[in-house]
Design a protein around this ligand. Sequence first.
Ligand code: NOJ
Length: 595
Amino acid sequence: MSSQSADPLAADTRTIDPLAADASIVPSPTPKAPGAVASDHGQAPEWWRDAVVYQVYPRSFADADGDGMGDLAGITAHLPHLAALGVDAVWLSPFYTSPQKDAGYDVADYMDVDPRFGTLADADELFARAHALGLRVIVDIVPNHSSDQHPLFQEALAAAPGSPEREMYVFRDGRGEHGELPPNNWTSIFHGPAWTRVTEADGAPGQWYLHIFDTSQPDWNWENPEVRAMFRDVLRFWLERGADGFRVDVAHGMIKPEGLPDATVNSEGLIDIPDGEVPVYFDNDGVLDIYREWRPILDAYPGDRMMVLEAWIPERRLPLYIGAEKAHQSFNFGFLQARWDVGALRAAIEKPLALADAVQSPTTWVLSNHDVIRHASRFGFPPEHSFGEGLARDEEPDAALGLLRARAASLLMLSLPGAAYLYQGEELGLPEVREIPDELREDPAHKRAGVPGRDGCRVPLPWLHDAPAYGFSPSGRSWLPQPPEFADLAADIQAEDPDSTLEMYRRALSLRHELELGRHERPVSFLEGLPDGVLGVGRGDLVVLVNTTGRSVRVDEDPRFAGARVLIASHEDDATGLRALPADTTLWLSTAGAR
Ligand code: NOJ
């Protein structure tokens, strides 16, 4: 915890009268010694409840060996950046042995490191260095499917229909006179049928296997106790090595409905998914038993090991997954999908907070990850652009507006109780990269359906403005091309600029820890009677004002803010100073001692 004043709201931030136009509102961050421990926050019991977790996408974070793909040694070398940023934990996307057909979410060996990323010794080194810096480490576990190169899938292919080897995965005979039709009408999340037919040992077309994702990602058969036992071992393997928790991939997917019934299809022949519901192969009750089975395994280790679920489920189902004998928390994707609009943002805060009360577990907040358009670009689209549309080829977001709103949205997120998950590069305000030649795109969704896919949010990070590959790799190689605008967004430039996005994040994280904003004990209230387009969130003496409009809005006449001090702003508008709330800006105001 910072050594500043015991009353954080009375901390050494400049006193600001909303009418004092010349007030500088973003105090310089307190420099941290290189390698300093981020905070003692991460050591607290049930640390995950209010942690700020930073997602590292290993192939794009930092490349130590110069092959153009990030690696574990690169991550270890840059951990001090994360400690200085002030996060509590690091979540590592998969780094296991994998043919990389889905960037590592196609695992061929759950208990080893892919040579592209390093070795198990490198993983041990990363864990040790992170822990020495006060950072927890969450690893990604991918239990719904493996790679088709997993030895057990290869054995299943070589074995006969009905064999125990085939029982490890979901093999079925096809329909039609000669089994030439898939066993049911399910479609893959990455487009096209969810079934692929195999050739049997005698060379004849044979059974079909299920893959909810790419053909290279066969689904495990979780009805088979051997699969369950294998994953218990995988958990223990990483817990023994020091993992502080797991991010569970497709956490709502492992159990399929009995009999694998056809899904209802709409008039276009696509699986019909009513609003707020999920495809037939997700969120089946049997999946809940898996978390009941896993929880005691985690609890048997010291240090509050946790699991966070990637479960795209209807909100009403959350209490079934989360709780004392179930999973610890689940991503709340509603906030990420909210439009830049007071009503939408308020609902996206109120609903998960109510649910958090119901499940007695704080919610999580997330604005970006490796599967969605980076929020610095997403917010640059007109409000009618729906989240699900993706980044079509002919769409160009307004970059400046997107960044302005993204900073404001981030500052709102970091003021809320619960855990916050950041995606690498959002602290630099990185945009989605559009200019990627198709032949370099690796997302299986692009390969299967020709859509641009998710590569645009996975471009390697810029660390140094004037180094080859912007400091990502010593050789200057980069598995995806970095655009020229990354030079000005590089971490080294931003570290020198008090107005940069990086400095805003550092300052916000430091205040968040100091003010204990992650804690649920400081309930959220909403301020009524604010000008149109302004959201007001109260956290005791702290008021968070979000101006979602494109014009500055006067707040100085509101007696509730008289004498309030601005602790941090997502944007400072020289013309208006603090008489008004600048367009598309969030402010944190301390009203302690205000008139
Ligand atoms: C969710 C992961 O976040 C995504 O990147 C991956 O493609 C799918 N699960 C399949 O594992």
